[in-house]
Design a protein around this ligand. Structure first.
Ligand code: ADP
Ligand code: MG
Length: 417
């Protein structure tokens, strides 16, 4: 057997993996060399390791900016599992009391902590900025970096304050990571983080194991979905609906039809939400009916189908949501129901919003509509949206490739709805 290089040995030593996935190795080398790094990699590609491993190999503490408390906790627990030192990774957020925060600070100051996860809200707090200014920081990682962009599917205004705060704490190399790869979002992130010159690592966004289908949405939609779920017995699936009300209604309908389903949306109390999410992850329930609040960072490998009851607000969101199917590389069916009148409804919802936001919203909707109405390979259209050229004529894994239909027929079908 060939002798392993030292980086691969470190990978094995700290994480137990034998090889790097995709371009992880080149990314990590770039971080270690002190350059700014921009990583575009689909969900499940292994982005976390791109900052976790360098943090262990470099002097000082890496600051990881991440949007969700639940995500941070998962990652910190995972890091501690790999390490003998509990203080190796910490997070600071609003859930910690004073004693816990003091412990975190002590671990950082003493050099035990290699990774510190913070939410942008905590990073901008004056007391934290003051503390971090005195620390030895190896680099900054901005995870889920698309939250910076209004063109992304999950814009968070506080993400726009990251760069100024970093300047205050002290400039160090930066790595930004996202599974969102539209050229607009990419440019926005790089500009806002002041990393136009960063080395960019972009993986292919083609999810070869996912099957894409659009079905016309008509009065039978409930029955059609129930029939589909029943044909998938014992498999896990997610049903996305646009409104909380619809989530509740449709969960009840599924239950009334003997389907083991639970609801998930941001209007539920957080304990109930966590319970339902865990029931899905632990396979106590087959189906989760949810708004888009469900799913970011959720690593359930064997979701076999994702159904969109309503057409999503952007192709970006659609890609992220369908991307939760087949993370283990196995089968994943992605079926979305589309009616032109749903688009009109979505447009109406936007009317109260600021004009600039409306313009962006409309543009995103138009792109989604074009995808839904096309007779071209869905995979080709989707990848084109991410600035990637798909060269095959027939992907053999979308409705348009399996059942080619003429443009005219597709249009007729839609206007008939
Ligand atoms: P992302 O953030 O890109 O969605 P994660 O960082 O959550 O992806 O990683 C996805 C999964 O891949 C995790 O379960 C992780 O442990 C695994 N993983 C990452 N790197 C490797 C590797 N080199 N070899 C095997 N598994 C890996
Ligand atoms: Mg991630």
């Amino acid at each position: 057997m060939a002798k392993k290089d030292s980086l691969t040995e470190e990978l094995k030593k700290h994480f137990g993996f034998d090889t790097f996935k995709g371009n992880q190795k080149a990314i990590i080398e770039n971080v270690l060399s002190g350059n700014d790094t921009f990583v575009l990699m689909p969900t499940g590609g292994g982005k976390s390791l791109c900052y976790q491993l360098p943090s262990l190999l470099m002097e000082g503490t890496a600051i990881v900016i991440s949007p969700l408390i639940a995500l941070m906790k998962n990652q910190v627990d995972a890091m501690r599992n790999f390490s003998e030192e509990d203080g190796v990774a910490h997070f600071i957020n609003s859930s910690l009391n004073k004693t816990a925060i003091d412990q975190v600070k002590e671990d950082i100051t003493s050099g035990r902590t290699k990774l510190l996860y913070v939410a942008p809200e905590s990073l901008t707090k004056e007391e934290n900025v003051d503390f971090l200014r005195q620390c030895n920081i190896s680099f900054y990682a901005v995870d889920e970096a698309h939250c910076i962009s209004e063109w992304g599917h999950d814009f968070r205004p506080e993400y726009r304050r990251i760069r100024p705060i970093i300047n205050e704490i002290g400039k160090r190399p930066l790595i930004a990571l996202t599974a969102t790869a539209t050229p607009k979002v990419q440019h926005d992130i790089q500009k806002n983080l002041g990393m136009i010159d960063a080395t960019v690592f972009k993986s292919s966004f083609n999810r070869t194991n996912l099957y894409y289908e659009i079905r016309p949405k008509n009065a039978n939609v409930d029955r059609e979905i129930i029939k589909y779920i029943k044909s998938q017995e014992g498999k896990s699936g997610i049903i996305y609906c646009l409104s909380r009300k619809k989530v509740e209604e449709f969960t009840d309908i599924l239950k009334a039809n003997g389907i083991n389903a639970l609801a998930y949306h941001a209007g539920m109390d957080s304990q109930q939400r966590t319970e339902n999410q865990d029931a899905f992850l632990m396979e106590k329930v087959d189906v989760i009916v949810a708004t888009i609040a469900f799913g970011m960072g959720i690593d359930k490998p064997d979701v076999r189908y994702v159904i969109h009851y309503d057409i999503p607000k952007s192709l970006e969101g659609y890609y992220q949501e369908t991307g939760r199917a087949g993370r283990d590389g196995g089968e994943g069916q992605c079926i979305a129901f589309y009616a032109y009148k749903d688009l009109q409804k979505l447009e109406k919802f936007m009317q109260g919003k600021p004009v600039a936001e409306q313009e962006i919203g409309k543009q995103l909707l138009l792109e989604t509509a074009a995808y839904a109405e096309t007779s071209v390979c869905r995979r080709k259209v989707l990848l084109h949206y991410f600035g990637e050229e798909y060269l095959e004529d027939n992907c053999a894994c979308c409705d348009n490739c399996l059942n080619p239909k003429k443009q005219v027929e597709a249009k007729e079908l839609l206007t008939a709805v």
